[in-house]
Write a protein that binds this ligand. Structure first.
Ligand code: AHR
Length: 333
């Protein structure tokens, strides 16, 4: 609690400092009332990367990809880790503004609070590219408040998970859904994609749907609780691999056999998930590719060159099940 107040105070002071400094962005970024801040062409940039958290292999792979690509191009990367806190992530963006970075890559924890951070960066003359998660489009818009979004099609990921589960269960399942972080675009869209796909399949029943915050431990705890209320569960849809692996642990602790008594599908494509498929515990995982580095920095350079950037740049995602997990595991993160 105390820490949150401290973060809010630091955030307000930083914003005040930025405002008093005349809203000056870094690297020749010029704030324009209506349009996006510009990015002056340079050989080397100082860029910010605001990460959500570092508690899972997906996030670690994304950070490594961004750091490797910045190093390859000789750019300075100002990296922050919000440790799963929206208040800290807002303060992190404020700090990047104060450090006058040329551009901010932002992986926003949730849609609404971080949309305000996008507007602050714009007001300070610093362009923003959203990585992997989106912000609320009624508050901040691509091509106007931020350059654009690079990431997966989360709705499609949810649909692909649902399609696999319908086939694997013959269209009849009692499902527990483990949602991602509340208010985050992957949690919202993965739920929507899944629900849309099963809505005309009356025997595919979601009997419980709760957040496990994209974390393994939380996924296990939530699954333990939900199992007591729904011991008849036959399928689990987890919004990411970490929660699926947590759910596998909870099922085993309850004496159930994952992959037999309960069929599990998730999203990400991590090494642990592919191993769980090989072990017969996880049925399938839809890839959500975390390797953003090359595309993120190419997009920055294209923007500096004056090229038109699409509102959404969608990463193509693979799909892993028992047919390819063993062949693909060496490339997984
Ligand atoms: O935004 C992408 C999601 O966030 C990934 O599925 C998850 O593992 C991560 O934390």
């Amino acid at each position: 609690m105390k820490r949150n107040w401290f973060v809010i105070l630091v955030s307000l002071l930083t914003l005040l400092a930025v405002t008093l400094a005349g809203c000056g962005g870094g690297g020749g970024g010029a704030s324009t009332e209506a349009g996006l801040p510009k990015l002056t062409k340079k050989d080397k940039y100082k860029v910010g990367f605001s990460q959500v958290e570092s508690n899972n292999p997906w996030r670690l792979a994304q950070t490594a990809s961004m750091q490797e690509e910045a190093a390859k191009r000789g750019y300075e990367l100002v990296y922050t880790d919000a440790a799963g806190s929206e208040a800290k992530q807002i303060a992190d963006v404020d700090s990047m503004i104060a450090q006058k970075v040329d551009l901010i890559f932002l992986a926003p924890r949730s849609e609404k609070p971080l949309a305000q951070a996008v507007l602050k960066a714009k007001a300070a003359g610093i362009p923003v590219i959203l990585l992997d998660r989106n912000v609320d489009q009624t508050i901040a818009k691509p091509g106007q408040d931020y350059i654009g979004f690079i990431g997966s099609d989360f709705i499609e990921e949810g649909q692909r998970a649902a399609e696999w589960l319908v086939n694997a269960t013959g269209g009849k399942a009692t499902i527990i859904e483990l949602q991602g972080t509340v208010g985050s675009s992957p949690a919202i869209d993965r739920k929507k994609g899944f629900d849309d796909f099963i809505k005309d399949k009356p025997d595919m029943k979601v009997v419980a749907s709760e957040t496990g915050d994209f974390a393994r431990d939380k996924g296990r705890q939530v699954m333990e609780t939900l199992l007591q209320a729904h011991p008849d569960v036959t399928a689990v849809y987890a919004h990411n691999d970490e929660m699926a692996i947590g759910a596998i642990a909870a099922l085993e602790a309850a004496g159930k056999v994952p992959g037999k008594d309960v069929i599990i599908v998730s999203i990400d494509g991590s090494k642990d998930a592919l191993q769980a498929i090989i072990d017969g515990k996880l049925g399938a995982t839809v890839e959500c590719n975390p390797r953003f580095g090359p595309k993120a920095f190419d997009t920055l350079e294209a923007y500096a060159n004056g090229e038109q950037i699409p509102a959404k740049i969608i990463n193509p995602d693979k799909f892993y099940d028992s047919s390819n997990a063993a062949a693909e595991i060496a490339n997984a993160y």
